[in-house]
Design a protein around this ligand. Structure first.
Ligand SMILES: Nc1nc2c(ncn2[C@@H]2O[C@H](COP(=O)(O)OP(=O)(O)O)[C@@H](O)[C@H]2O)c(=O)[nH]1
Ligand SMILES: [Mg+2]
Length: 435
């Protein structure tokens, strides 16, 4: 039998109120033991809570009766005065009454297991709690509404439709099985493959919104990368000196530009070095530049073209720094913005440029985007199976059924309809306690 759990649902520490949340079969009897009786479901009531004759608090109590609750079980919320001693006393009383402190994510896990939400929605709960930008929150809300799950369900419907066509043909074979199938199931699979491909692509965008868009500063030593890094993060995070080769490690900072989460990285100047520490820094700088969503090539007047030229891609930006000094900066066909981190000239234009780029790459009318690598891997798997099934239609239709079933299984794993146990740990381990 499931046990009854509780957790503090508000942040620990002193506050106006603290909410203790309970879920499980013993909720009603626990409330009664604490003196909270005659509670109407979903109605807030003020009750004096006490245990063993000792008063705990005058609290607002809410009761939810299964299955009409977050977890689908009997639930309650105790809205206590938000002092540490009150919360402590209430927690001790609950433990004494046999109610167990919840594990991280245990409430949402129960909600999933009781069919109140699917896995993609459970992940959205975690994302919404962790959201620090409006874009992250908007994306998570869309996913919580079930829009992402609906997209996956649509894929599965198309797949099962194609599978039914394939099986019907094979069960009642005549000469023209491959021809008939190419006519009936073929277009369905072609369309599905196209949709899956598009979903995998939105996955890159969704993950960037969720985890941060990666911008890397690269360039020659002394171009002013670290100065620019400090200016953008608005603090002296990186060491700036006139000595070439000052920066060795990759420095990361999280910031928000135009409502989007960004991870900005400062790197070592790209040059050959005999110093093994600097050489390792250069190697890391290159690796970072390759993975980034955008590279800012920081250049000062007189900088040689150097190796950075090998790392920039179309769409990257040249930031021509040291506008206060004389000299031209060649642009190598890229867009150029002129700034001076010393005088501040051009910095607001750079900021606007970055905000516009983020909006271009990350906003999408076709939310919901796929938000996690876990989803993207499964979708990619489903896509490969659909493509294999499509090929099999023409040559060996009896094989196509297996491919399509494999694709359906991959999709089901995303929302947690099959193969659940091995992914539950992964999904719920990142939750905070009380959710
Ligand atoms: N004149 C001028 N010097 C700058 C400007 N930005 C940075 N510097 C100087 O350039 C040198 C190298 O800067 P740094 O940020 O460490 O460059 P990095 O090696 O690319 O990280 C330092 O002495 C900075 O003070 C600028 O806009 N104008
Ligand atoms: Mg530096």
């Amino acid at each position: 039998m499931t046990d009854t759990i509780f957790a503090l649902a508000t942040p620990p520490g002193r506050g106006a109120i603290a909410v203790l949340r309970l879920s499980g079969p013993a909720v009603e009897q626990t409330l009664t033991a604490l003196g909270a009786t005659r509670l109407k479901p979903r109605m807030a009531s003020v009750r004096d809570l006490a245990h063993d004759g000792v008063r705990i608090d005058q609290a607002l109590v809410l009761r939810f009766v299964a299955p009409h609750s977050y977890t689908g079980e009997d639930c309650a919320e105790l809205h206590l005065h938000g002092g540490r001693a009150v919360v402590e006393a209430a927690s001790q009383a609950l433990i004494a009454l046999g109610v167990r402190p919840a594990e991280p994510g245990e409430f949402t896990r129960r909600a999933f297991q009781n069919g109140r939400m699917d896995l993609a929605q459970a992940e959205a709960v975690a994302d919404l709690i962790d959201a620090e930008t409006t874009a992250q929150a908007r994306q998570a809300l869309g996913q919580l509404d079930g829009r992402l799950s609906e997209t996956y369900a649509g894929f599965r419907r198309d797949l099962l439709h194609a599978l039914a066509l394939v099986e019907a043909e094979i069960d009642f074979p005549d000469e023209d099985v491959p021809d008939n199938l190419a006519r009936t199931a073929g277009p369905v699979l072609d369309r599905l493959a196209e949709d899956l491909r598009r979903a995998v692509e939105t996955g890159r965008r969704g993950e960037r919104v969720r985890d941060g868009y990666r911008i890397v500063l690269i360039g020659e030593t002394n171009a002013g990368k670290s100065s620019l890094f400090n200016a953008l993060v608005a603090r002296e995070a990186a060491i700036v000196t006139p000595i070439a080769g000052t920066t060795r490690d990759v420095l990361d900072a999280d910031l928000i530009i135009g409502g989007y989460a960004v991870t900005l990285s400062d790197t070592a100047g790209l040059r050959d070095s005999d110093d093994p520490i600097e050489a390792e820094g250069v190697r890391r700088a290159r690796a970072r530049a390759e993975q980034a969503d955008l590279r800012l090539w920081v250049r000062a007047p007189g900088d040689p073209d150097g190796v950075a030229a090998d790392y920039v891609r179309p769409g990257d930006l040249v930031v021509a720094n040291k506008a206060d000094l004389e000299g031209a900066v060649p642009n190598r066909g890229l867009e150029v913005l002129t700034v001076s981190t010393r005088s501040g000239e051009g910095m607001s234009r750079l900021h606007d440029w970055l905000a516009a780029r983020l909006a271009r790459d990350l906003s999408g009318a076709d939310f919901p985007a796929v938000t996690r690598e876990r989803h993207r891997l499964r979708l990619t798997e489903a896509l490969a199976a659909v493509e294999a099934g499509r090929k099999a239609l023409d040559i060996a239709p009896e094989m196509a059924g297996d491919d399509l079933r494999r694709a359906a299984a991959a999709l089901s794993r995303v929302t947690g309809e099959v193969g659940v146990e091995d992914i539950l740990g992964e999904v719920f381990s990142s939750f905070c306690i009380g959710k």
